[in-house]
Structures are given as structure tokens and as C-alpha cells.
Ligand binder design. Structure first.
Ligand SMILES: [Zn+2]
Length: 156
């Protein structure tokens, strides 16, 4: 089997942050790493699921809504993938992610899509834990000035 791109980055060199995972033509995949890989800390399913609902909704209501291809959790529970059209500059993606994180931390009321009609497991949603995780991740991103790619991560 050919080794896929996301297995080629040395995960020991990844920290919490945001990375470009891969570029496929016009589509850029960003790695939103909430947890340091293999550190013993992962997002629990409820937190991950709620962040998926909140960030997907805010991203698809943002000024770049037509350029958002996909947002969803990593199976390893350490973060999320965000697929954006390549016409959106990296610094705009960074600003956008910070904005939707802030919107989530400030959200009051219902989790978006929290009903049996809208979701496949709507009982596993909980706003407070998502707000906490998004707030902590926003602190990390406030220390990031530009987004590096996996090749850069491997070379350092
Ligand atoms: Zn759901």
C-alpha cells in the first residue's frame, strides 16, 4: 500500500496548532490540532461532536462560506480537518478559525443541529465542554503567526 500523506508527517514533531496537511489542486486541507499527538490527552467524543456542530455552522455562515469544502473531526481525537478552497489565503483562514472559535466560546443557547431530525446522535452534545476546548485552542492560535505545512514540520 502507498503511504497516505497524513501518515508521512512525523507526529512526534507536531504540537498543538494549525498546519497545512495537504493540497489537492484547488483544495487545501488544514490540520487543526487541538491536542499534541500521543500526549495522553485527546478530545472526548461529546466535545468533538459539539465542536463539529458549532464550527461547521459558523464556518458555513462566514464571509468565506462558499469556500468551505468540509470540516470534521480526526479519528485520533486530537483535532479536526478543515478543507478550504485554495483561493483563500492562509492568513485569512487563520483569522477565520480564530473568529469561529471566539463565536463558539461566546455562544449561548442551543447547540446548532441538536435534534433527532438534524443529527445521527443528538444526545451526545454539550456546549460547555466545547466552549472550554475552543477557548484553550484559541489561546494557542493567538501565538501562531503563520501556518506551516507538514514538509516544514518534518524538516525541523
Ligand atoms: Zn451530530
Amino acid at each position: 500500500m502507498e503511504k497516505i500523506k497524513s501518515f508521512q508527517v512525523d507526529h512526534r514533531k507536531l504540537d498543538k496548532g494549525i498546519y497545512i496537511s495537504r493540497i489537492d489542486g484547488d483544495i487545501v486541507t488544514y490540520d487543526l490540532r487541538f491536542c499534541k499527538p500521543n500526549s495522553g490527552t485527546v478530545l472526548d467524543n461529546v466535545t468533538m461532536h459539539t465542536i463539529e456542530h458549532m464550527l461547521a455552522t459558523f464556518l458555513r455562515n462566514s464571509e468565506f462560506k462558499d469556500d468551505i469544502i468540509y470540516f470534521g473531526p480526526m479519528g485520533c481525537q486530537t483535532g479536526f480537518y478543515l478543507l478550504v478552497r485554495g483561493s483563500v489565503m492562509g492568513n485569512d483562514v487563520l483569522a477565520l478559525v480564530k473568529t469561529v472559535l471566539k463565536q463558539t466560546t461566546e455562544h449561548t443557547g442551543e447547540v446548532f443541529g441538536a435534534s433527532e431530525i438534524e443529527c445521527g446522535n443528538y444526545r451526545t452534545l454539550e456546549l460547555e465542554s466545547a466552549k472550554r476546548a475552543c477557548g484553550e485552542y484559541l489561546e494557542i492560535l493567538n501565538g501562531v503567526n503563520d501556518i506551516v505545512d507538514y514538509n516544514y514540520v518534518n524538516s525541523r
